[in-house]
Design a protein around this ligand. Structure first.
Ligand code: FES
Ligand SMILES: [Fe+2]
Length: 350
């Protein structure tokens, strides 16, 4: 490939790779039980499993014997056993046992890659980079906090991750969700940006105000909602996204880019109960009970938003594949900043 075509390729944001020196989210904690789970993070197949103490490990999802997926196998004590011939691998990725090894045979000297992995705030964070640097997972401080009710939706879209991030950073697309009443009349006021993040500050009209205990029912009954102005801040904190609408809502999108035309992500919505100061005086067990009983209260809304967004994002991807040279007309300068950040994160890898 000539250097010219190479530079054309990397400058096309729809072909960009990822910067692996960050923590990505590959699964929810509840998805990985004692059965291994296979996930894909940017072309890399990874097997997640829990050992007998409940600790999570991540190994390359490939048995070096015959190249089948290790995630078909089972966890035994601290090791992962391949389904096919029963070879076993420890959490460092070394082969530790072959069931039919003859007395005069040595264990094969094969090694598969292990990935640093952490469980934090309900999700499994994985570091696909070379050197585990000082960076920490972004984390969701509201996940355990008793004043926040969480709802989770999964996004699986056949599109490059840039389409998803641009959708999330462009609040003018509230137009698409009018029937779901998420927000209205967004207006971009200001942008802050550096090498790690883009913060776009909008004002918008919100339909929800959570100031009485029964106002949670606004999540279920549209007739109770009234439009009122609130600040709407959205941030691309590479490689993830977060947003706050007024004081009552916080949303995160945690990304697992699969390849150039596929992205998995988790959308986590938090409704704040901070306005109910009396609630804070109640016993912790009761507050925990409220938090747990209302888990996924906003899921229907989230799922509805995701269906609408994914339809648009996938159509953009298809249009790009059919006519990659066609240019968009972009009026939202937050999206220019977002593309700049995506490029610089990948280009700094050299
Ligand atoms: S392919 Fe895994 S043990 Fe044979
Ligand atoms: Fe949306």
């Amino acid at each position: 490939m000539s250097s010219l075509s190479q530079s054309v390729q990397t400058s096309d944001v729809r072909q960009l790779g990822i910067n692996p020196n960050h923590w990505y989210v590959v699964a929810r904690c509840t998805e990985v039980t004692n059965k291994p789970v296979g996930v894909i993070l940017w072309h890399q197949a990874i097997a997640l499993y829990r050992d007998s103490t409940g600790k999570i490990h991540a190994l390359e999802d490939r048995c070096p014997h015959r190249q089948v997926k290790l995630s078909h196998g089972q966890a035994i004590a601290n090791e992962l056993e391949c389904a096919y011939h029963g070879w076993r691998f420890n959490s460092s990725g070394e082969c530790t046992a072959v069931p039919y090894l003859a007395a005069n045979q040595k264990l094969p000297n094969c090694q598969i890659r292990r990935y640093p992995v952490k469980e934090q705030d309900g999700f499994i964070w994985l570091f696909p980079g070379d050197a585990e640097s000082a960076v920490e997972p972004m984390g969701l401080p509201e996940w355990e906090h008793l004043n926040y009710i969480a709802s989770v939706a999964v996004i699986n879209c056949q599109a490059h991750y840039s389409y998803l991030i641009e959708n999330l950073m462009d609040m003018y697309h509230g137009h698409l969700h009018q029937d779901l009443q998420a927000w209205a009349a967004a207006s971009l006021k200001d942008i802050d940006e550096d090498n790690h993040r883009v913060d776009a500050h909008y004002t918008a009209q919100s339909y929800y105000k959570i100031d009485k205990i029964w106002s949670i029912s606004q999540l279920f009954f549209p007739a109770l909602r009234k439009l009122h102005p609130e600040p709407l801040d959205v941030s691309y904190i590479y490689p993830h996204w977060q947003s706050t609408l007024g004081k009552d809502f916080k949303i995160y999108c945690l990304l697992c880019p699969v390849d150039e035309t596929q992205t998995k992500a988790y959308l986590i919505h938090f409704t704040s109960l901070n306005a109910f100061w009396r609630l804070h005086k109640l016993p912790v067990w009761f507050r925990r009970f409220i938090k747990d009983s209302l888990f996924n209260a906003a899921k229907k809304l989230l799922d509805g938003l995701v269906v609408q967004d994914v339809e648009m994002i996938e159509e953009e991807q298809q249009a790009y594949l059919q006519n990659p040279q066609r240019r968009n007309y972009e009026l939202n300068r937050a999206l220019i900043s977002v593309q700049k950040l995506m490029r610089s994160q990948v280009e700094r890898l050299g």
